[in-house]
Design a binder for this molecule. Structure first.
Ligand code: PGA
Length: 283
């Protein structure tokens, strides 16, 4: 079951405008994308046992760990008594059938609560299973099985340099959410991950990421589903996020968290999440 949004209370000493109170309802969300690492259950458990107590204490943000499929059951069991959720890194849009090597939302539903969809590393070599239309089918399947999709979008370097970011990213967003009911759209998480920032050590600037999220993610969602949905959807930034650079991203009004690759594989990932929670708390 998806967790209800956190209705954090406004500060009692001042009046809060509608838009401020909506922002305060977007509970921050930090997701660890392990990619094709720590896939042996014993390695995953060794790592998760080192971070879980400290990570569990950072209760003001949603914390998701996304291991490879082979380690999901072990990680889910190790985190069962914590408030840390498990996510998958991909799934097929069909429930079952002749799809050798694929995993469905129906199979994941008992194991995890989140699923990353349309990551650029998959879009790059996923062919027909990673088009915007296929990702839309995956989003629908995930929602139908009670999973929260984390839909990845982002432009590549050439598109960024040509000034095509807004058209491209808003097209990816519209494609992924096409035909959903507003309530379904509001349950999705979007991860804005410029391709040139992933694994390069060259993160976007927080201000640039905030601007892309405003113009290319919240604006098209508002056009299709209305402003209330656009303000309810949680949007992460991803791409070379570290414990040292996370705070200014979280201070941005439109950035609600991060999807973290490389830095999520180190024990000091806990510091990253703690820094994120502190920065989000003061915005
Ligand atoms: P990175 O990866 O943090 O290693 O740049 C992010 C991602 O691909 O989700």
């Amino acid at each position: 079951m998806p967790r209800p949004p956190n209705h954090s209370r406004p500060h009692p000493s001042r009046a809060v405008s509608l838009s401020e109170s909506v922002v305060s309802m977007r509970r921050p969300i930090l997701a660890a994308n392990w990619k094709m690492n720590l896939g042996r259950p014993e390695d995953a458990l060794d790592f998760v046992r080192r971070i879980r107590y400290a990570l569990n204490e950072i209760e003001t943000v949603d914390r998701i760990v996304c291991p490879p499929f082979t380690a999901m059951a072990a990680v889910a069991e190790a985190l069962a008594a914590t408030s840390i959720a498990v996510g998958a890194q991909n799934m097929h849009f069909e429930d079952k059938g002749a799809h050798t090597g694929e995993i469905s939302a129906a199979m994941l539903a008992g194991l995890c609560r989140f699923v990353i969809l349309g990551h650029s590393e998959r879009r790059a070599d996923g062919g027909a299973l990673e088009t915007d239309a296929a990702i839309n089918r995956k989003v629908r399947a995930a929602l139908a099985h009670g999973l929260t999709p984390i839909v990845c979008v982002g432009e590549n370097l050439v598109q960024m340099e040509k000034g095509e970011t807004q058209a491209f990213v808003s097209g990816q967003v519209a494609g992924a959410l096409d035909g959903l009911a507003p309530e379904q759209a509001s349950r999705c998480v979007i991860a804005y991950e410029p391709l040139w920032a992933i694994g390069t050590g060259k993160a976007a600037t927080p201000a640039d990421a905030n601007r892309v999220i405003t113009l290319s993610i919240r604006a098209p969602i508002s056009d299709r589903f209305g402003e209330t949905v656009a303000q309810a959807v949680r949007v992460q930034y991803g791409g070379s996020v570290t414990a040292d650079n996370i705070a200014p991203f979280m201070a941005m009004p439109e950035i609600d968290g991060a999807l973290v690759g490389g830095a999520s594989l180190k024990p000091d990932y806990v510091d990253l999440v703690r820094n994120a929670a502190e920065a989000a708390g003061s915005r």
